[in-house]
Design a binder for this molecule. Structure first.
Ligand code: NDP
Length: 339
């Protein structure tokens, strides 16, 4: 799948096309290529910023490079090695790496993040709860927010891949947690299945400042921000003194620059609020700790895993577009083939 041209605002299916390219499934002699049959593709919002003509991230220290129209789109995925000219990989190895939005990928060793040894969990968990979504939630919440038991936590895009895990970690620690999401069905999931203390549908609220006052009459200690925009502005107004805001992502601004948040800076000064952005990659040093604890929570049924799967390579564009329309619940993954 490729983009036909750069995407300046909200993506839709017509921005993408399927290109067919034939190649052999054997390695040319002397080549160190690894040919991977893609099994599961992680669908992530940040890619929209690589699809813009100026690439929103080009001035930032970034793990992402701009995409050129017509170029195969690369993303985190899990696949099975079909053939390898690199001695470190053999046929049938299961690997996670940066592969293409397509049925096969031809990559070098640097694109392979790790081999996946036999796992007690479904492989897709390594893209979500036990992969980068989980690490983002774990590092963002514990390292950036520095939460204490009993603190009041607000999470936006709370039914999404990162948000639902943040809320569950916060409950496991003993915090009071409120989430917002874009439908009543999602609100029900947060309260009934995931144990959030409360939740609301932000699309039904007209004044987010009063909404947050209703849910946090004494103020918010921690805001885990996935959306930016007006929700960030309203949260800043409702933060307690010495509150912490972890800026994980600003999805409402990715497709609409007009929505850019301009928080009340005087509030930040007087209330001594800390606002900090971060990248999942910042937390590779705590991956082992994250992985062990989160695996235990999942194994013991203390952490629910929410996945949302689509089937087949043709479903990749709509799976991606759906992230910006709130179609997904939990981690969005496209399944291309079984193991
Ligand atoms: P999600 O699974 O949460 O999917 C996106 C969700 O965002 C949608 O389901 C939708 O839910 C919500 N959404 C979409 N558009 C808007 C909007 N205009 N206003 C409010 N909500 C909106 O994705 P992820 O969990 O993977 O990502 C969540 C955020 O975290 C993103 O901003 C992403 O870029 C960021 N991120 C950052 C990382 C980092 O390293 N810093 C790593 C991974 C993700 P709803 O129905 O509730 O509107």
């Amino acid at each position: 799948i490729v983009i036909k041209h750069h995407i300046e605002d909200a993506p839709n299916d017509s921005h993408f096309e399927v290109k067919n390219e034939a190649f052999g499934l054997s390695i040319n002699s002397g080549s160190d290529d690894v040919i991977v049959k893609n099994l599961y593709i992680s669908i992530d919002p940040y890619l929209i910023n690589r699809m813009k003509s100026y690439s929103a991230s080009h001035n930032a220290i970034s793990f992402s490079t701009p995409l050129t129209p017509g170029q195969a789109i690369d993303a985190i995925a899990i696949g099975k090695v079909v053939a390898s000219g690199n001695v470190k990989f053999v046929k049938d190895d299961l690997v996670m790496g940066v592969f293409t939005w397509g049925e096969y990928s031809v990559v070098k060793e640097q694109s392979i993040i790790k081999k996946l040894e036999s796992s007690e969990f479904p492989l897709t968990y390594h893209l979500g709860v036990l992969g980068f979504s989980g690490l983002t939630a774990y590092g963002g919440f514990f390292e950036i927010c520095k939460p204490q038991k009993g603190e009041k936590v607000f999470v936006s895009a709370a039914s999404g891949s990162v948000g639902n895990i943040v809320g569950q970690y916060a409950k496991l620690l003993g915090c009071y947690v409120v989430g917002c999401a874009g439908s009543q069905k999602k609100v029900g999931l947060l309260k009934e299945k995931l144990g959030f203390d409360d939740a609301f549908n932000y699309k039904e609220e007209t004044d987010l400042n009063s909404t947050l006052k209703r849910y946090f009459p004494d103020g918010i200690d921690i805001y885990f921000d996935n959306v930016g925009g007006e929700m960030l502005e309203a949260a800043i107004i409702n933060m307690k003194a010495f509150g912490r805001v972890a800026v994980c992502g600003i999805i409402s601004e990715y497709t609409d620059a007009e929505k850019r948040a301009s928080p009340n800076m005087l509030n930040i000064v007087y209330k001594r609020i800390t606002i900090r952005g971060f990248l999942a990659a910042d937390f590779m040093n705590i991956f082992a700790d994250f992985s062990a604890k989160t695996s235990d929570y999942v194994r013991n049924g203390q952490l629910q895993v929410i996945e949302d799967k689509s089937l087949g390579v043709e479903s990749i564009p709509s799976a991606f577009v759906g992230l910006f329309n709130g179609d997904n619940v939990g981690k969005k993954v496209v399944v291309l083939a079984g193991e």
